[in-house]
Design a protein around this ligand. Structure first.
Ligand SMILES: *[C@@H]1O[C@H](CO)[C@@H](O)[C@H](O)[C@H]1NC(C)=O
Ligand SMILES: *[C@@H]1O[C@H](CO)[C@@H](O)[C@H](O)[C@H]1NC(C)=O
Ligand SMILES: *[C@@H]1O[C@H](CO)[C@@H](O)[C@H](O)[C@H]1NC(C)=O
Ligand SMILES: *[C@@H]1O[C@H](CO)[C@@H](O)[C@H](O)[C@H]1NC(C)=O
Ligand SMILES: *[C@@H]1O[C@H](CO)[C@@H](O)[C@H](O)[C@H]1NC(C)=O
Length: 946
């Protein structure tokens, strides 16, 4: 037997019901899901394709170490030999260099137009006149200081060799070479020998023809390079502070050529003496090519150390002693490949799109349930907010996790460095936190939308805009290390940008990892000063928590259980105060109702008294008690306020079916909206099985069934699945559930021919209607509201439905609205005609007909010259008869029932037939329709009054 005690079903029962429904729903949507998961796959494959093209380009011979074919052992067969000597300059970088060439150590010489001269911003007179800059013949200067000037000066005289001819048999070791060219990351090829800038040899005095040439073996050729003499001089300064100031003042600023004074080096001899050699050196580390990442200029510093050391040695030991600095040489390296990881370059943009794509999907799913009013429908059948949130959240989380897993798995399988190089644990943590944040955000944003299409459009625009803004705006700030980090953190507060920043860091680590042949991001890298990942993770966790609770709060306060959405049955109420505002003092409302009390018909007044008595006695025997229920919609846009329900009092006991009749716009819908908790009453209240609709709606939902005017069904679920879901919500389990569903399907005639297992989207209108009625009755609810249950049904189905309702009403109270008088008469024990916000009459159909009808309608058609005869005949039957209609021989009369015996009428007509020619005649009882029209017409003046 079905459990019909109906406490609210437990949290887990509801969660289970919703979970199973969602699972079924998901199975139906398998195609959409596949498409969704294919999206990252396609993108990954696209990246692989691009990567392949790039790799093919990079693997072309012009980008690899040069090779040639040489017959090495003289057998006429040539072997392929690769190496630096067969490569051009573009290829050299990739060659293996087992024995790197030796290069003479160089000094970093300032360019001739920048060398230190006498200027107006420095007071030193020992520098050369600036006329030398125009001829390019300025000497280069070293600055000296120290505690003992005489020692310093004599040491400085030994720094640069005294002019002497170049003697090639001694090699280049005792020639002081220098260049103004930039250094590079690798020193396999000293750029000074290949740059267009001159190579210098520094002497204390240059002779007229002191330029000579040297030959350098390079690859397969010998390269001739001219070496120009430049004069080196020294200047004494009294303190290191002077040198500092001078260097600072002469620093080149940007491209401006004023105030430039560059020196070769500065030496501070400190406390050096014959027994103690103690020196500090100033050098310019800014001479470097920026593509490297360290002070590469230091490669040219050792020579300046050697110069001063050599000078000190010669001061002590005489000029014959020399400290030679022969060459500089890189460490050997194997052959390398040029690699460019495309996924890391395009990754942040593409992957931002891939991950953000989930956002509109979650958003539209949430808005769909809202737009279709499915959420409120579930709520009305007892689904609490807790289980709804938990299961919906878990459901979207599961989908997102599967999606992200596929994404990372595809990326890894196709070998994108973005995924394979970075630690999977960091990726996992990052993605999980982000998708949680994204789902919470979708819940929050869903509160703003009531239309799926708008939500989808806005969602997708956000996705693309975020990706583009990230790639072409935000990334520049990330790359600019001088940009304040605090502002970057501010921008990362936008979740799309924190996602982008995280992906960007992954891509940077993967890119350099791939280029340098090392790992990508590891946990230890999180402490790197310019790694945004740790900020991003913290920001996302905090936002997730905040957004989650905010979304829940807004859902509770603004949307859930209020009219802020389009209600399933009826109309849209835009503004909703917090639920707490509805506790009003009952005493305030009585005054207003008095006006109507006086105008009320006795039957309505009697119902009101009955209700007041029930309320005073705290009588709980009735299923539904409406106590002076009122609804007033505030005036908007200059319209006056609209009174939808004016103090309705009504009591229904178990087993009663109450029919509400009324013209459109009479307020029936507002009344039912209040009863099912969509709208809070303006004043008054109603009790459903003793529970107050203002405060105990959740308790009421457990015992309530609703059949809305428009069917609220999931298109892809079958009838059986709908009933299973709602049955579970109503606490039915196992065999009881199966049995209840079967009975229910049978009773609404949806059982045969496999109809129950067809998707409801394929049902005809009538089938949907019957399913809705079945839903409202499943789980044995004690109170059921049906809004025009039989509209759109063929007569057979309608009869079927009536039988269902008739059977169902035996142990529950039903309120039913309808426009079909036949239906009302057939189903309802009592009827109320509702016009302009108040009940005009209450009673069972017979009573009403008696009260408002109370007469027969007698029609007779004769030729026009016998009209007077007919009138006499009727007057003879009853002197109170009224003529209500007359046209060319046809006349209609109303005869009061009490005064008439039907037999008399027949006799009189037979009698008349013998006297004159009666073409046709009829006698009819009043119908409910006549009553309805009469009551509605009588009530019209209220419209004018209000
Ligand atoms: C400075 O150095 C010279 C040797 O070059 C030495 O004769 C002289 O005593 C030193 N002066 C001081 C104050 O130490
Ligand atoms: C070059 O140096 C060698 C040995 O140091 C010497 O024999 C030769 O004469 C020098 N040549 C010149 C032109 O000075
Ligand atoms: C150091 O080198 C940089 C770059 O070439 C240059 O701009 C700057 O003026 C130099 N500073 C000095 C003091 O020579
Ligand atoms: C070298 O000079 C520095 C700075 O004046 C001084 O602190 C240090 O003691 C000196 N070292 C020696 C060995 O004299
Ligand atoms: C650095 O070196 C590369 C390759 O030699 C060159 O293309 C680039 O222009 C250099 N950069 C600067 C700032 O000179």
């Amino acid at each position: 037997m079905a459990d019909s005690t109906n406490g609210s079903s437990s949290f887990w029962t509801q969660a289970n019901a919703l979970f199973r429904k969602n699972l079924t729903f998901q199975r139906r949507n398998i195609r959409t899901n596949l498409r969704l998961i294919l999206f990252p796959l396609v993108l990954c494959l696209l990246l692989v394709l691009l990567q392949t093209i790039v790799n093919i380009e990079l693997d072309k011979p012009s980008n690899k170490c040069g090779c040639t074919c040489i017959d090495q052992n003289g057998d006429g067969q040539c072997e392929r030999v690769c190496g630096i000597q067969y490569s051009d300059l573009d290829q050299v970088a990739t060659c293996s260099i087992p024995s790197p060439p030796e290069w003479p150590p160089l000094l970093q010489v300032p360019d001739s137009q920048f060398r230190a001269v006498r200027t107006d911003f420095l007071s030193f007179g020992d520098l050369p006149n600036d006329s030398c800059r125009s001829t390019g013949s300025c000497p280069i200067t070293v600055l000296m200081t120290g505690n003992n000037q005489s020692l310093g000066e004599s040491l400085a005289r030994n720094i640069f060799p005294i002019s002497s001819n170049f003697n090639s048999s001694n090699g280049l070791a005792n020639v002081v070479l220098g260049s103004a060219s930039e250094t590079q990351i690798f020193n396999f090829l000293e750029p000074a020998f290949f740059s267009s800038l001159p190579l210098y040899h520094v002497q204390s005095q240059c002779r007229a023809n002191s330029t000579f040439s040297i030959s350098i073996p390079l690859a397969s050729t010998i390269m001739e390079k001219e070496i120009i003499c430049v004069q080196g001089q020294h200047s004494w300064r009294n303190s290191s502070t002077d040198i500092n100031n001078e260097l600072y003042a002469g620093y080149r600023k940007g491209n401006s050529e004023e105030k430039i004074n560059e020196i070769l080096a500065g030496y501070d001899l400190l406390n050096s003496n014959a027994n103690n050699y103690n020196v500090t050196i100033w050098f310019n580390s800014t001479y470097k090519n920026d593509t490297g990442n360290g002070p590469i200029g230091t490669v040219r510093v050792p020579r300046s150390i050697n110069l001063v050391s050599n000078a000190f040695l010669q001061l002590l030991r005489g000029p014959s002693t020399q400290m030679l600095f022969d060459f500089i040489k890189e460490t050997p390296k194997p052959e390398t490949e040029i690699r460019l990881d495309f996924s890391s370059l395009l990754g942040p943009l593409f992957f931002t799109w891939v991950i953000l794509q989930l956002f509109p999907i979650v958003l539209t799913a949430l808005v769909y349930e809202k737009q279709q009013n499915l959420r409120i429908m579930m709520k009305m059948h007892g689904l609490g907010d807790g289980p709804y949130w938990m299961i919906s959240y878990a459901y979207f989380l599961a989908i997102s996790l599967v999606y992200m897993f596929c994404f990372v798995a595809f990326g890894s399988v196709v070998g994108l460095k973005f995924f394979t190089l970075n630690a999977y644990s960091i990726q996992f943590v990052f993605y999980v936190i982000y998708i949680n944040l994204q789902i919470s955000l979708a819940f929050l944003v869903a509160a703003l939308f009531s239309n799926v299409k708008t939500a989808a459009v806005v969602g997708y625009i956000t996705v693309f805009a975020t990706g583009l803004l990230g790639g072409f705006f935000f990334q520049f700030f990330l790359q600019d290390t001088s940009f304040p980090r605090a502002w970057i953190v501010v921008m990362e507060l936008y979740p799309g940008f924190s996602l982008y920043a995280g992906l960007y860091e992954f891509s940077q680590y993967a890119f350099t990892g791939n280029y340098m042949g090392t790992d990508g991001m590891r946990w230890s890298d999180l402490s790197d000063s310019n790694n945004e990942m740790s900020h991003v993770l913290i920001i996302m966790i905090v936002e997730w928590v905040v957004v989650f609770f905010l979304a829940y709060y807004i859902d509770q306060v603004v949307t859930a259980g209020s009219g802020a959405r389009k209600s399933p049955l009826f109309f849209l109420e835009k503004f909703k105060k917090k639920p707490f505002s509805s506790f009003r003092k009952p005493s305030l409302q009585r005054q207003g109702s008095k006006v109507y009390v006086q105008l009320e018909k006795p039957d309505v007044a009697q119902e009101r008294e009955r209700v007041e008595q029930l309320v005073v006695d705290q009588d709980r025997s009735h299923d539904i008690v409406c106590d002076n229920l009122k609804k007033v919609y505030p005036g908007r846009d200059g319209n006056p306020e609209k009174i939808a329900v004016r103090g309705l009092s009504l009591a229904l006991s178990t087993g009663e079916c109450f029919g509400m009749l009324g013209p459109n716009g009479a307020g029936k819908t507002s009344f039912i909206n209040m009863m099912i908790g969509l709208v809070k009453p303006s004043s008054g209240t109603a009790y459903v099985r003793g529970l107050d609709i203002r405060s105990d709606m959740d308790g009421i939902y457990a015992n309530m069934g609703v059949c809305p005017q428009h069917d609220l069904l999931w298109e892809t679920l079958t009838g059986r699945e709908h009933l299973l879901f709602y049955g579970r919500l109503k606490n039915l389990k196992g065999a009881a559930l199966t049995q209840a569903v079967e009975e229910s399907l049978r009773s609404v005639n949806l059982f045969n021919g496999g109809v129950a297992d067809k998707q409801s989207g394929k049902y005809s209108g009538g089938m949907k209607r019957r399913l809705s009625v079945a839903i409202s009755l499943i789980g044995d609810p004690k109170v059921v509201y049906m809004d025009e249950p039989s509209t759109g049904l063929d007569p057979a189905s309608r009869n079927n439905l009536w039988n269902v309702v008739k059977r169902a009403k035996q142990n529950r109270a039903i309120i039913l609205t309808t426009h079909s008088m036949e239906e009302a008469e057939h189903l309802c024990d009592r009827l109320g005609i509702f016009v302009d916000g108040s009940l005009q009459c209450v009673g069972n159909p017979k009573e009403l007909k008696g009260r408002y009808g109370g007469s027969y309608v007698f029609t007779m058609t004769t030729s026009s010259n016998h009209e007077a005869d007919v009138e006499n005949l009727v007057k003879g039957l009853s002197p109170d008869a009224k003529k209500i209609y007359e046209i060319s021989g046809t006349q209609k009369f109303e005869l009061p029932k009490e005064a008439i015996k039907i037999a008399d009428v027949f006799r009189a007509v037979e009698n008349a037939k013998s006297r004159f020619d009666v073409q046709a005649w009829g006698l009819a009882d009043t119908t409910l329709e006549d009553v309805f029209i009469k009551v509605a017409r009588e009530a019209q003046p209220f419209d004018v009054l209000s």
